[in-house]
Design a protein around this ligand. Structure first.
Ligand code: F6R
Length: 604
């Protein structure tokens, strides 16, 4: 969470920082600030509100230096106001600190600093670092940061500038930092998109790494000061990938990218001749007799779909759990367990800790991840990248469907290796997988009808989403998308559960989205719809093209292309993303940066 950018070089730092922060604003957007070294002094400007507020005030105050640090914040400790915005300065104003994460022992540290006469300007945990580093400073910024970090515990992506130093000093534990390498200039950021206008050569810092970044070079050490070597990675994301490309919002662009993303996820991995999936993994799927899937939010719903896929195709029992629960409940995992962690960012702290827990118990670990080089990819035995490109919209869309596609591949891979998925069904399923990019393109064509439905119901105060079997997680994902970006309260239930309680909510004001795509449970879902209609509820059915019955039992119908019933969640997710999007647009919401959220959640 939070965006960080640091720059040392020959360009005007303020411009580089603002441009980088703009590309990271999805990581946090309740306040923003920069510190730039101008004529040997650090000038700090920071403002509550979106980055634009900071940009406006920088128009009135030129900062012509070539070394600087910048931040966009997602508040943890202290309200989003000017004093709590980063950077935080030492009392003498000679150093400025930017920090992502949480300093867990900040209260005792602060108490000690207060007793020693320090005066604090904010309510944040981060400010203790500025005071602590100031205390340790004796002419060498790197040493001062290193000594301070021997006392501060917790999570940090830390970036420090000092008016007497030609280098920026950075350190990482838990919260990600990536260094960008240039010619006569170097960069640091919390995520790759900030670096793309300048360089694609990057170094992902590992936990416990520190670095001194100057314009001509970068020195890497551990927290004890021992030199460390890290690989220089060439990232393959283009600048265009991280821009809106003519769409009004990143979210819409990313929804429309799904056909090629699915091509990327699946392409090259499906072997039609042998009706199998070649994943290039070291793990041997035949070794495991149960699977644990661990994830958060949308990734969790993708994992829940994955449970149905793996159980159906590989006949291996699967447990799916939100990572924040898994990590604390002493799960029953062992060498025969394959633990799969699913994460777009690869940085979600709960998911990272949960997979560590599974590994401690001896489980084999597989990451289904989008962001290359991210923390989780370094912890797991193997990674299956989903290749969705940068996802900037805070609400996950293309990563979600790509995760399900990746789980489909895993199901085939396990099913074939265990001899439980026979040639004929394997051939049918992989042939359907191959068609997905085209089918998703077809699903996108329903947008005008979805926009009409969104307009019709956008003033509803609540929504209910229902689905059965493999479409139950789709219902939950549809509800999550809607509430995240439109702020309309939405609940989801497995359709058969409705009569056990939520049916009491149904009246003529409640739109109920029901997933009635072709499946062996179609008739049962239709019965659930009749129960809604009998109580005056307004039904929006998501039905398979060619289903002429749907219009008889639903006021509104959104059609999706026919596919294998196990792949219906992918084609069905698309209209639900569009429904949420169009509803949020009708309500004038900030689609890409909904309130209170941040893209990668690196705090517990
Ligand atoms: C919802 C959404 C979140 C994420 C969750 C996990 O639209 O984006 O629920 O799915 O925070 O994030 P990752 O996949 O980065 O671990």
């Amino acid at each position: 969470m939070c965006g960080i950018v640091g720059y040392v070089g020959f360009r005007e730092a303020a411009g580089v920082l603002l441009e980088g922060l703009r590309r990271l604003e999805y990581r946090g957007y309740d306040s923003a600030g920069v510190a730039v070294k101008v004529n040997g002094r650090l000038e700090v400007v920071k403002k509550a509100g979106k980055l634009q507020v900071l940009a406006e005030s920088l128009k009135e105050r030129a900062l012509p230096g070539t070394l600087g640090v910048g931040h966009t914040r997602w508040a943890t400790h202290g309200a989003p106001n000017d004093p709590n915005a980063h950077p935080h300065s030492s009392e003498d104003g000679r150093l400025a600190v930017i920090h992502n994460g949480i300093i867990e022992n900040y209260l005792p540290l602060k108490e000690g600093l207060l007793q020693r006469g320090h005066v604090f300007a904010s309510e944040t945990d981060s400010e203790v670092l500025a005071h602590l580093i100031e205390e340790k400073y004796q002419g060498n910024l790197y040493q001062a940061v290193r000594l301070a970090l021997q006392e501060a515990h917790g999570a940090y992506g830390l970036v420090v500038a000092h008016q007497d130093s030609e280098e920026i000093v950075v350190a990482r534990t838990v919260s990600p930092l990536v260094i960008g390498l240039g010619e006569g200039e170097n960069f640091v950021a919390s995520d790759v998109p900030a670096l793309l206008p300048y360089t694609r050569r990057v170094i992902f810092l590992h936990d416990g790494d520190m670095a001194a970044i100057g314009k001509e070079g970068v020195r890497l050490t551990d927290l004890k000061g021992n030199p460390v070597q890290r690989e220089v990675v060439e990232v393959d994301w283009s600048l265009e990938d991280s821009e809106k490309g003519g769409y009004p919002h990143y979210m819409l662009k990313e929804i429309y990218e799904q056909p090629w993303v699915l091509e990327n996820t699946l392409g090259g991995r499906l072997r039609e001749e042998s009706a199998t999936a070649e994943l290039g993994l070291k793990l041997d799927p035949a070794r495991y007799d149960k699977v644990h899937v661990i994830a958060c939010g949308s990734a969790y719903y993708a994992g829940w779909v994955g449970k149905y896929l793996i159980e159906a195709l590989a006949r291996v029992p699967v447990e799916v759990e939100v990572a924040s629960e898994y990590r604390y409940r002493d799960p029953v995992a062992d060498q025969k367990t394959l633990a799969i962690v699913i994460s777009q960012s690869g940085e979600t702290i709960d998911s990272l800790e949960a997979i560590r827990e599974a590994a401690r118990k001896g489980a084999g670990t597989l990451g289904i991840i989008n962001a290359k080089g991210s923390s989780i990819t370094r912890e797991v035995d193997d990674t299956l990248y989903i290749h969705a490109g940068p996802e900037i919209g805070v609400a996950s869309t293309k990563a979600y469907t790509a995760m399900i596609a990746a789980m489909s591949l895993v199901a085939v891979w396990m099913g074939r290796a265990k001899g439980r998925l026979q040639d004929q069904p394997a051939a049918e399923f992989t042939a359907e997988l191959r068609k997905l990019p085209r089918l998703v393109e077809e699903a996108l064509e329903e947008r005008p009808e979805i926009a009409r439905i969104a307009l019709k119901y956008h003033q509803a105060s609540d929504y209910l989403f229902l689905g059965r079997h493999i479409q139950a997680p789709t219902a939950y994902e549809g509800a999550l998308k809607l509430k995240e970006i439109s702020y309309i309260h939405a609940e989801a239930y497995p359709a058969g559960e409705m009569k056990h309680g939520p049916i009491a909510l149904i009246d003529e004001h409640l739109p109920v989205v029901v997933l009635t795509t072709e499946s062996p449970l179609y008739e049962k879902t239709v019965s659930n719809i009749q129960e809604v209609r009998a109580r005056g509820g307004r039904v929006i059915a998501l039905a398979t093209k060619g289903d002429s019955e749907a219009k008889k039992f639903a006021q509104d119908v959104i059609y999706v292309p026919r596919t294998h019933p196990l792949l219906a969640p992918i084609v069905s997710a698309v209209p639900l993303q569009l429904l949420a999007y169009e509803t949020a647009v009708c309500l004038g919401r900030d689609v890409d940066q909904p309130r209170n959220l941040a893209k990668s959640v690196t705090v517990e």
